[in-house]
Write a protein that binds this ligand. Structure first.
Ligand code: BTN
Length: 238
């Protein structure tokens, strides 16, 4: 499969914003990548550091249904692309909800965003990958392919693998639903069956990481035996 139509920008505020602003006119599956982002953002209102040589890209998806599941679709595509390019799949793992770890340290993140009803079912999935650089001094440690001693593809080289992989997993999701996505995601995830803590702001429940619910929530078995679904937040090994 070849890379579908994409736009390559030298500089932009945020590739997510660029695509959201054009969601009505661009087709489903259109990608945009940028060499620089001046206002890149991550989850939970964090800034996403600009790093020339890193991958900063977004894809437009026009789909109906439980589209929040598409972050797992994107994670599978990203895992497959990086595992294939590096030849070292065992060093990459997926972490709930939207992170990709390299040797147990975050090297990529995914941000799903959509606008109001004006753009119908349009959704933008933004992906940032630390290929050549990673930020220092972040709240949680970060790494890059370069820091881990792996070959560093150019961003467009990653897109060449990522875009067809995303199309593949997205077609499976549209055809077969979330079940095969959930199973594939869990196979590549870190910490299944181990003790974790969820940081939810006001509370920090602890328990065993038991799997994913139908809506993508993390399932935690609490010490009293009950199951709790975590819909948003961050989880860490205890
Ligand atoms: C995270 O917090 O882990 C998600 C990071 C997502 C960053 C990417 S870079 C391309 C796209 N444009 C943005 O402004 N953010 C996403």
């Amino acid at each position: 499969m070849s890379t579908p139509a994409f736009t390559h920008l030298a500089e932009v505020g945020s590739t997510n914003d660029w695509l959201l602003a054009r969601a009505e006119t661009l087709p489903d599956g259109h990608w945009v990548i940028a060499d620089r982002q001046t206002a890149g953002r991550g989850r939970r209102g964090r800034a996403w550091s600009d790093g020339t040589g890193n991958f900063m890209g977004s894809v437009l998806v026009k789909a109906a249904g439980p589209v929040q599941q598409l972050s797992f679709v994107a994670a599978l595509a990203l895992h497959g692309a990086l595992a294939g390019l590096s030849g070292q799949p065992a060093r990459f793992a997926l972490k709930w909800p939207n992170d990709l770890l390299l040797d147990g340290i975050k090297c990529a993140g995914i941000l799903l965003e959509r606008q109001g009803s004006a753009v119908g079912d349009a959704l933008v999935i933004g992906i940032g990958v630390n290929l050549a650089h990673h930020p220092d001094g972040t709240e949680r440690p970060a790494t890059s392919l370069a820091a881990a001693g792996l070959p560093v593809p150019p961003p467009v080289g990653l897109l060449d693998k990522l875009a067809p992989a995303f199309a593949h997993w997205c077609a499976m999701w549209a055809r077969d639903g979330f079940a095969p996505i959930r199973e594939a995601w869990l196979e590549r995830s870190t910490g299944l069956g181990t003790r974790i803590v969820a940081r939810l702001g006001a509370e920090s429940p602890e328990g065993l990481f038991e799997g994913l619910a139908e809506d993508g929530a993390l399932l935690m078995r609490l010490d009293d035996g009950t199951m709790r679904a975590i819909h948003a937040g961050e989880v860490f090994a205890v």
